[in-house]
Design a protein around this ligand. Sequence first.
Ligand code: GDP
Ligand code: MG
Length: 699
Amino acid sequence: MAAGGTIDLHTIRNIGVIAHIDAGKTTLTERFLYYTGKTHRIGSIDAGTTVMDYLDEERDRGITIVSAAASFNWQRNNDDYLVHLIDTPGHIDFTAEVERSIRVSDGALVIFSGVEGVEAQSEKVWRQSDHYNVPKIAFINKLDRLGASFRRTFDEITDKFPQVKAVPMQIPIGMESDLRGVVDLISMKALYFDGEDGGDIRVEEIPEEVLDEAEFSREELISGMADVCDEIASLYLEEAEIPDDLLIMQLRRYVVCGIVCPIFCGSAKSNIGIQPVLDAVIDFLPSPYDRYNCHGTDLRTGKEVEVNVEDQEFCGLIFKLVAGPSADLLYLRTYSGILKLNDMLVNSRTDKKVRVKRILRLYSKSVESVEEVGPGDIVGIMGPSETFTGDTLCAPQRQIALESIDFPQPVISIAVEPKSAKDRDKLESTLDMLCREDPTLELKHHEGTGQLILSGMGELHLEINSNRIQNEFNIEARYGKPRVAYRETIQKPCVITGIFDKTIGDNEFYTEVDIEFTPVKLEQGIEVSVAPIKGKNIPNAWINAAAETLTNGLKSGGNLGYSLIYIKGVVKGIRGLPEKTTEGSVAGAVLNALQKAISEGTTLLEPLMKLEITAPDEVIGEITGYLQMRRAIIHGIDNIPGGRRLNCEVPLAEMFGFSSALPKLSGGRAGFSMEPHGYQEISREELQKATADRGYSFS
Ligand code: GDP
Ligand code: MG
């Protein structure tokens, strides 16, 4: 194995760590980094010294905003493995971060709190990872805390995720403050974690007090496996001995294909049960080789292709960007081929050539330059310009656009202005940098007032960013009241001819385009296509210019200045003369058509949220009362263990302040998850309110 270079695929693990906020993800990750020897001291969240939560802002709030990828080595059965841990935030305002870390993970480690159990947000993230078919193992944490229960949490997992077969791999020895160790249900031994940091593992016979429970749980593990695996089933029915290595091998098989989820337990904070989870990452989660191929589009043929770890040509996906004043650091997940230093690649979104000037291994505390990287790996690279999250970098010989990462559109906005006019440039370039890093953050200039308008995914999202501006970049700024980011769509379908007819200097220009506009609810917002244009030989450059101008034009504002959405635009014809038509005049004609379409009338749309609340019976009435006053449509209230789960749709405009209102309504006993859920036409009264108050006030 070349140091830091191309690595045997079977020894790589790309793992997303996902959980509800406060389940202990950061603490567990810190322990991993400690035991694997890449950090020298166990960090503590409470003291604000962790490595993973490296931004000041995260330290203050104790939550993980940016999903940092840290790499470390772990020995298992005398082999050296390279693990890339992709930390993800647990808060709903950062779904884009979750989305992109899951997208590049081959497997996931899900952490539950043994006190709070399966919370709304963990359920959501679990389902998000199902969407990408990411196999999972789970760790029930915090068993040292008052009120913790392994059994209750395990049953809740079985209950809430019936699609997978959850099997216990361990049971705790002792509970709450008496938690002492775990029983390994494969070897049927007790494990204790001695020494100051739990680094010395002592293996003993199972203590009498948990022997019955251990036998019961081992039976559960074996019968669970027998349900899905014929080989285990026949041994089980014969009541024959099941060799450990057979059990481990079959577990791996069924975990990798997403049928089984093994459940581990312990306490990250008390250093109980951590090393076995690292072993489990190696034993049960897929290597890049085990994963099915990645889908993409061949740019030459337009056909869907599969990218395989065995393909020769290089192909990789940028899944994160850390902006710097002079250069950006790009996180690259490699899928095929070998990337060497100074290689020339193509960015398939921009079609531009880019050069890779540095390849870096990103350990949590140190960074190491390497000469090359092979498939299935994660590295940081520097050099490529105009490259952003979601972009594919590929070899010029085989140009592919990998499935990009879907980012939701920002739903709320605030005005930002510097306290002192001299800071305006600095503020703008800082905001620009933050937007480069975060695809769900958007900066615009208000057309009427020239104010800087920052849009994002929620109040907390914008607040975190405004705090970064203050604390990290030392810019004093004022922030307006948050406002809903409304959208507009056209009222009815139309076919419009746009004309560009101008004389500029000595040159005459003339172009006509026909465009069909249709208002339609589209998940991706807008859709632009070019109909097969018959008859005339129309240069590709004109067609591309028309499509590009239309795409960009639709993103700009409608009659009220809000971005357009839910529109399908089809270019049906382009008429020009070789001597009078250029890409520029095609663009001019497209914009003219768009202007005419908009002037026929637009409808205002407001963002809707999908809201899920879990709460005990006694407070559910209070909560429904609150929601009914806020234009919510309640879809259902289900019985769940310990209370009710309420599903509803509610306009975002009604949800400001909800995260602080809910604890008051429920005495702190309710949990919720909320996500963008498209747009709906706004009522006449709401329209009046929205248009009467179009400015961004600072009071
Ligand atoms: P994250 O939001 O999932 O990253 O959670 P953190 O790792 O930041 O932990 C949240 C809080 O729970 C912190 O105060 C931790 O010290 C605490 N915590 C984490 N793991 C444990 C545990 O095993 N036992 C106890 N008692 N507290 C824990
Ligand atoms: Mg954290």
